[in-house]
Design a protein around this ligand. Structure first.
Ligand SMILES: Cc1cc2nc3c(=O)[nH]c(=O)nc-3n(C[C@H](O)[C@H](O)[C@H](O)COP(=O)(O)OP(=O)(O)OC[C@H]3O[C@@H](n4cnc5c(N)ncnc54)[C@H](O)[C@@H]3O)c2cc1C
Length: 412
């Protein structure tokens, strides 16, 4: 039986970082990866450019049952440690509005340097290797894999959850984690497009608009975001939708009613929006029809849908639109309702919400409170970041902390 110090299951962002951290501390480290290569998801990040961190950091950028859990990890390895870690390995940052990308513009550079650093420190990487069994034996762990049986002093799960399962994170390690006694908080897609119920999406598909979006769950506001929304034939997409999606998917999983309210003129108060419409329809309509009076304010197709939803005939002379109809139009513009009935699911999600209950993990070391010698890193833990480099920041930081403590535990 092969004897090692640290066995890391999963060779994604957090697993590779954990392996480097463990090996740098002198631990004999093996990564068990069931895909044919490590870091497949990393290659797809940031549209192939990898937004690997963000200079704005803090608890509000992270979610989960206890988002403050991230702080004990970030205190040990935070944003500036991450930038230095990558710089030392060769990644010069390119910074756009505080968002960090490799100067090469290639996510593959990030993976390359991680792989090279792991190789330098003699991390063994076993790809296309399945975990078949995990047993505790005399203070050690015996891992039966499709390649070899190994005895490890500590085991580190860095297996992700269910987002983009084609890249390897398929939930296959979760039964082992549950068998160790850990509670897995319901896993739902996060950072994902939302599916709308109404029929107008076919008309609006492709249109982008600067909006304020609020998500309501059973009538109570769960969050709001501003930015560019994209309509698709399926529903709504874009960064502000992604940021709120985890609240919607969680609530839908609990069979709750979810809707979004879009404000197409967020810079104007309701009264100002009403006044703007009055000017366009009554003061300088100059013989235009209702549809024409909206030209230049919104995309033409969006105007048509707004007028239709307000019950206004596009062909009606603008001056003939009643004050009541104009109020309804203003209401549609400021409070456009989209009933949310689903999402694009795990296959299209960039992250998952849910995972291992942080109440069962020591924040200082990322070690299990239930089974000493078991460690966790990355998305498998009930922490999800917002868009902007926060999920990778969590993967690097938790990987670093878990890897170094797993090594220290193994070599005690
Ligand atoms: C399209 C896309 C774009 C993204 N862009 C960004 C971005 O720009 N910035 C950002 O911060 N975040 C981004 N993310 C999110 C980010 O990539 C993830 O949060 C992060 O990679 C999670 O790292 P991880 O190590 O926890 O898990 P993963 O990267 O999912 O790695 C888990 C690894 O474990 C392996 N594994 C799973 N189960 C087993 C098993 N039973 N046995 C052996 N191996 C196993 C998997 O094959 C995989 O290699 C993006 C995600 C996607 C899908």
């Amino acid at each position: 039986m092969k004897q090692i110090d640290v066995a890391i299951i999963g060779g994604g962002a957090s697993g590779l970082t954990a392996a480097i951290a463990a090996a740098r501390r002198g631990a004999k480290t093996v990564i068990i990866e069931h895909m044919d290569r490590v870091g497949k998801k990393l290659l797809t990040t940031g549209n192939g450019k990898c937004n690997y961190t963000n200079e704005a950091q803090g608890i509000p950028y992270y979610r989960g049952e206890n988002p403050a859990f991230v702080m004990s990890v970030f205190r040990q390895f935070g944003f500036s440690d991450t930038v230095a870690f990558f710089r030392e390995m060769g990644i010069e940052p390119k910074v756009k509005n505080g968002y960090y990308y490799p100067a090469s513009g290639q996510a593959s550079s990030v993976l390359d340097v991680l792989r090279m650093e792991a190789a330098f420190w003699d991390v063994e990487i076993w790809t296309s290797c399945e975990l078949k069994d995990l047993q505790r034996q005399d203070g050690c762990f015996v891992l039966s894999t499709s390649r070899k049986v190994i005895e490890a002093k500590s085991v580190l799960f860095a297996t992700g959850l269910l987002a983009a399962p084609k890249t390897g994170s398929d939930g296959s390690a979760l039964p082992y984690i549950e068998k160790l006694g850990h509670r897995i908080i319901d896993i739902v897609p996060a950072l994902v497009q939302l599916q709308g119920k109404q029929s107008f999406f076919k008309t609006l598909a492709g249109i982008r608009a600067e909006i304020l979006i609020k998500i309501y769950i059973e009538g109570v506001e769960a969050g709001r975001e501003s930015g560019e929304l994209q309509f698709t034939d399926f529903g709504i997409s874009g960064i502000p939708v992604f940021q709120l999606s985890r609240f919607a998917t969680r609530a839908l999983g609990q069979k709750k009613e979810v809707w979004a309210v879009l404000d197409f003129l967020p810079q104007l108060h309701a009264k100002e929006a009403q006044r703007l419409l009055e000017r366009r329809f009554y003061e300088y309509a100059h013989g235009k029809r209702a549809g024409e009076a909206m030209i230049g304010l919104f995309h033409k197709k969006l105007s048509e849908v707004l007028l239709k939803e307000a019950g206004i005939d596009l062909q009606l002379p603008a001056e003939c639109v009643s004050a009541r109809q104009l109020r309804r139009l203003s209401e549609q513009i400021k409070r456009f309702r989209v009933d949310i009935i689903g999402s694009k699911g795990f296959s299209q999600a960039q992250a998952c919400a849910g995972g291992i209950d942080t109440g069962e993990i020591e924040g200082e070391s990322m070690m299990s409170k239930l089974v000493p010698g078991v460690f966790f890193a990355g998305e498998v833990v009930d922490i999800d970041g917002t868009c902007g480099g926060y999920n990778l920041q969590w993967a690097w930081s938790s990987g670093q902390v878990a890897g170094s403590h797993a090594a220290a535990y193994a070599m005690e």
